[in-house]
Design a protein around this ligand. Structure first.
Ligand code: UGA
Length: 437
């Protein structure tokens, strides 16, 4: 199948490379010339395990190319739109300017029978509006909405072998044709029994935000339990294990800690709330505001625990911050709780030295006022306190005995509850977790 992918950010770059890997002929298009030049050389503009390999092999096979010219989308049968929908400045709503611009500039290059497939996360109702615009433009192209559920760090695997496929399509023969084309594109996943949910536009748009809202709620639920555990003297990690054994609840996404961040969960729950309010049903998802608040309070809690560990005075103390990315296996620092904790501690006068295996460059661009060390041992040498905020394997595996020799004070705040508290205490450390005694 000849495919174009409009927007080569996180979602689009992975999607373009994965579709070529599946055997399709793909052109990736983006307005950012620098990004396109790098991608054409097989260099992704972000860290994603496995992506450089499939990008290079797809380019070498001749099935994947990149362009800044929307006219190069002409000739493809299916056009995926994968541009970003960030939070609008000064509002909780999603900013649709990139989606609108992508559809407007794609429209003149469409031919009768082409299928445009929206992948971006959009407020419910957007697809119906865009479909009407497409019809009005008279090209004879049709629209499907096919939300993406990939996780950063596992994006290649999630794209090639998704756990489900959702097609939002128009009713009748058009919808059947759109589903058939999508089944052809995802033939390998469909053949292995991946569930396919064929539905209308509105449901497909809502599935995506409902999934992220549920995940955010699950994390904030356990973080709320952590807040209670802190005043009751209970241990939230044991609580999570115990309730997680109930299959109806499940243990995944019940890790209490500094909370969720990234380019998706925080902005998606806010955009969902804003859209529900526009639709006159704000009260139905008002709890998501609480979910957001609980989440943001956990960042403050890590800062407070750190200051407490410094006897109430952060000024000029050396704080080693382990982790900057919003989660491991990523260099993404968008709305990262780890980076925010580092910035706040710096604001309190601490000498913050931060380290991360992948996210230093992105952090430095946003916050040049922080000190960065590529080597964790350099970051924590002579530190008055360690603050672990991204659970990279190299931080989880730190040896409390060995590093006990190079810090100034053996105190650690485990913002991800990922260390063996007993082992650290046995090595002479003062260990503070979140929601743990
Ligand atoms: C999330 C969803 O998981 C994907 O399904 C979705 O496709 C994606 O958003 C998106 O909308 O594009 P992602 O942002 O890559 O994926 O990250 P997650 O793995 O969901 O983690 C989000 C945040 O929650 C991270 O900061 C992580 O550290 C935190 N988290 C996760 C916890 O604090 N506790 C947990 O138990 C799990």
């Amino acid at each position: 199948m000849r495919i174009s992918v409009i927007g080569c950010g996180y979602l689009g770059a992975v999607h373009a490379a994965a579709m070529a890997e599946l055997g399709h002929e793909v052109i990736g298009i983006d307005i950012d010339a620098n990004k396109i030049a790098n991608l054409a050389e097989g260099k992704p503009p972000f860290f994603e395990p496995g992506l450089p390999e499939i990008l290079s092999s797809a380019i070498a096979s001749g099935r994947l190319s990149f362009s800044t010219d929307m006219a190069d989308a002409a000739g493809a049968t299916v056009h995926f739109v994968a541009v970003g929908t960030p939070q609008k400045r000064g509002s909780s709503a999603a900013d649709l300017r990139y989606v609108n611009a992508a559809f407007a500039s794609l429209a003149p290059h469409l031919a009768a029978g082409d299928l445009v497939v929206g992948k971006s996360t959009v407020p419910v109702g957007t697809a119906a509006r865009l479909a009407a615009d497409l019809t009005a433009a008279g090209s004879g192209a049709m629209l499907a909405w096919n939300p993406e559920f990939l996780r950063e760090g596992f994006a290649v695997k999630d794209t090639i072998s998704p756990d489900r496929l959702v097609y939002g399509v128009p009713s009748g023969a058009e919808g059947e044709r759109a589903s058939a084309l999508l089944n052809e594109i995802y033939a390998s996943a469909v053949a292995t029994g991946t569930p396919v949910v064929v539905t209308d536009y509105a449901t497909s748009e809502l599935v995506k935000v409902a999934a992220n809202a549920f995940l955010a709620t699950k994390i904030s639920f356990i973080n709320a339990m952590a807040e209670i555990a802190e005043v009751a003297g209970a241990d939230v990690t044991q609580l999570a294990d115990a309730i997680g054994y109930d299959n109806r609840i499940g243990r995944r996404f019940l890790n209490a800690g500094v909370g969720f961040g990234g380019g998706c969960l925080p902005k998606d729950i806010r955009a969902f709330t804003a859209r529900a309010e526009e639709l006159g049903r704000g009260e139905s998802v008002a709890f998501l505001k609480e979910v957001d608040q609980i989440n943001l309070r956990r960042r403050q809690r890590v800062v407070d625990l750190t200051v407490e560990a410094l006897d109430g005075r952060a000024n000029e103390k050396k704080v080693a911050v382990l982790g900057l990315a919003f989660k491991p296996y990523s260099d993404d620092v968008r709305d990262s709780p780890a980076l925010e904790v580092a910035v706040q501690l710096r604001g309190l006068g601490a000498r913050v030295v931060a380290t991360d295996p992948q996210a230093i460059e992105n952090s430095r661009r946003l916050h040049p006022q922080l000190e960065y060390e590529a080597d964790a041992l350099d970051a924590l040498r002579d530190a008055d306190v360690l603050v672990l905020v991204t659970e990279w394997p190299e931080f989880r595996e730190l040896d409390p005995v060995a590093i006990g020799e190079i810090v100034r004070t053996r105190t650690i705040v485990d913002g991800r509850n990922c260390l063996d508290a007993a082992a650290w205490r046995a090595a002479g450390w003062t260990y503070r977790g979140l929601g743990r005694p």
